[in-house]
Ligand binder design. Structure first.
Ligand SMILES: [Zn+2]
Length: 81
């Protein structure tokens, strides 16, 4: 897992969120919630990056940003025709 400056911002944000949770739950649960969120966000961002890399091959629609399939946009082309 590559460590980027964005990760530090994410961790700082999650630590603040954990402090916000402390009045409502035990510190161990707040920590677990924040750790789960951290990995959830990392997995989500990783998947998005991968799917964007895959999309680059065919490109993205300039109108709606969805994946171009067979050189046409499944959203816009079906609406225009
Ligand atoms: Zn489109």
């Amino acid at each position: 897992m590559k460590f980027e400056r964005r990760d530090i911002l994410l961790i700082v944000g999650l630590l603040l969120f954990m402090v916000g949770l402390l009045p409502f739950m035990a510190p161990i649960y707040a920590a677990l919630v924040v750790i789960a969120m951290y990995f959830g966000i990392k997995i989500y961002v990783g998947r998005r990056k991968k799917s964007i890399e895959m999309d680059v091959g065919e490109g993205l629609c300039a109108e709606c940003g969805s994946k171009i399939f067979n050189k046409r946009c499944p959203h816009c082309d079906s609406q225009n025709e």
